[in-house]
Design a protein around this ligand. Sequence first.
Ligand SMILES: [Fe+2]
Length: 321
Amino acid sequence: MDIKALGYVGFGAPDPQQWLKYGTEIIGAMPARAVPGESWGIPMDPTSGPASGGSGVAEDGSVYLKFDDRQWRVGIHPSEDNAGIMYIGLEVDGVVELEAAVAELKAAGYEAELGTEEQARNRAVTGIAYTRDPAGNSIELFYGACEDFKFRSPLDMSFKMGDMGVGHINLIVSELQPNKDFYIRVLGFKLSDYIGFGPDMSANFYHCNRRHHSIGLMRVGPFNGVHHLMLECNAIDDVLKCYERVLDAGINVTSTLGRHVNDNMLSFYMSSPFGFEVEIGFDGYEVDDNWRPREFCEGDLWGHRGLTAEAITESAEKIRQ
Ligand SMILES: [Fe+2]
């Protein structure tokens, strides 16, 4: 299978409005100009625009955030508790590849089914299919996402997304091998590198395009969850300005500024309103066909104080699923 990018991600939270505030006032995302599934109106009639009016809020209370030309990249849906990740959207080239992906998944023994046109519209894509990774995460395969352009960050931020996708998401899995098999052997992700930090405990990083990794699989104990979502900026000042806003707002910085050894990302980590962490970074490596997987033995070139195996385990236990 040839996955092109981590196209979108969706989370559950008791109060998605909290994320609208956090996403726009701290990170610098834009509320979606239209929410997925609603009509854009008639192009020649300026009074007939989307019912959500650019608020980013859907009728059911879901919040959608825009970071680049795509209509939306991050969706937050009302749920009783911090449900963590609700779906991971992985992009394929088109309808032929989508149908082939479903057949391939089924042949490999995974549940998979094509979605309806209405289900696709509800994610603002042209075609969609559903499966699940061995950790239980809902995986949505899609093609033909809506691009509505006109991204204007309320905080003058610029994000490195486009064909490289949202960024990366680091999943915590209770069992590494079946998840590695799913992402590598079935979905076709390639190993960029990995680091071990205890018996049967390691972090493994996989790419599907130029971004050093779009998916991370980490085992810190017998539970599943998500450790962090990374969003990459186009300028170092964007990271530092965001860091200032985080300090001003009194948001918990879980890891200070630093630069990772493996993906070269200059970044910091903070608590998000969901419980899991958000990494804001710049300058991550881009890989090409000549990249060879490697094992690395130290986490950081400098900084990233707070990002220890113990801290990762502690934060993972808080959001265990
Ligand atoms: Fe990361």
